[in-house]
Write a protein that binds this ligand. Structure first.
Ligand SMILES: Cc1cc2nc3c(=O)[nH]c(=O)nc-3n(C[C@H](O)[C@H](O)[C@H](O)COP(=O)(O)OP(=O)(O)OC[C@H]3O[C@@H](n4cnc5c(N)ncnc54)[C@H](O)[C@@H]3O)c2cc1C
Length: 261
């Protein structure tokens, strides 16, 4: 998977300040300093001030390469403050597709081989259809969910907070979880550390787990209930590798921005 930030709002602190100060003042107030902008941003992020509209003024565009159709199928369920452009299987011959092998399948005797063989078999069927002039849009029915795709995501920061609250949960499907982690790291490296720090799973905000699934139960980060990891939490599950790191980063985050609780 490769995530590239191809565009982002310039001078976002200026728009945040202008929106907030003008919303509460009688006149437009466009004078601001970086320090003032940071104070206002922190107040919004910590929930000490209304500010959803101001957060919507920060927009990003990311190019995402090499994720599965399974991943993008979940990603495009986000509806508000987000737009997508996905490479078309309707207008193109995708015979040379690559495919994703989940960690849980890698190295499992027989299964990894069977999975790869099945995908290669689907490639053969797809190719034969193309050769027999079946339209691309129909030949794609032979493609499996594991095949690779690319997508461009445009999203504002308010929507990204929501996406990350939903998808940074350790019990989410590993690929979209990893995609959100990669987006967060891009923002940290190339844009702004504070904005990255506040992209967190919902549990970090509310201090408990709300996941009621018995198949993919609570990861145990908040020890909110007996963790039964028989189906979800074996070493095969790629998400578990994040758990210790997440506990540590949660404690550091709370300490840094909210003080000890
Ligand atoms: C762990 C997990 C498992 C999931 N499993 C399933 C599943 O099994 N089956 C399935 O179908 N989906 C599933 N989903 C998808 C999920 O139900 C949501 O559709 C998806 O995550 C989009 O989330 P959202 O509504 O928060 O985001 P958005 O659609 O971007 O919405 C953002 C916010 O705006 C609000 N909003 C959106 N539209 C309106 C509107 N018209 N009026 C008022 N408010 C609006 C939303 O309520 C939300 O608060 C799953 C999601 C997760 C995270």
């Amino acid at each position: 998977m490769k995530v590239t930030m191809i565009n982002a709002t310039k001078d976002f602190l200026k728009s945040i300040s202008a929106i907030q100060k003008s919303s509460w003042g009688q006149e437009l107030d466009l004078d601001t300093t970086e320090e003032e902008g940071k104070v206002i941003l922190m107040q919004i992020l910590k929930g000490e001030m209304f500010g959803g509209t101001a957060l919507e003024s920060i927009k990003f565009t990311f190019a995402v390469e090499g994720v599965s159709l399974t991943c993008t199928h979940q990603l495009v369920r986000a509806r508000i403050g987000v737009g997508f452009g996905q490479c078309s299987f309707r207008d193109n011959d995708v015979t040379n597709f690559h495919y994703i092998i989940p960690e849980s399948i890698k190295g499992v005797p027989d299964l990894e081989k069977r999975y790869c063989a099945l995908i290669e078999q689907s490639r053969v069927v797809y190719y034969k259809m193309i050769k027999e002039c079946i339209p691309y849009q129909d030949a794609r029915f032979a493609c499996l969910c594991g095949i690779g795709t690319n997508i461009i995501v445009t999203i504002n920061y308010q929507a990204l907070l929501n996406l990350c609250q939903n998808r940074l949960c350790n019990s989410c499907q590993w690929e979209i979880n990893e995609l959100c982690r990669n987006i967060r790291e891009k923002i940290r490296q190339d844009y702004d550390e504070i904005l990255a720090d506040f992209l967190r799973p919902r549990c970090d905000y509310i201090g408990r787990c709300i996941n009621k699934s018995t198949v993919f139960p609570c990861c145990g980060k908040f020890n909110c209930k007996e963790v039964e990891r028989t189906t979800f939490g074996t070493e095969q599950n790629a998400n578990m590798k994040w758990l210790e790191q997440d506990k540590k980063s949660y404690e550091e985050w709370r300490q840094k921005y909210y003080g000890k609780q």
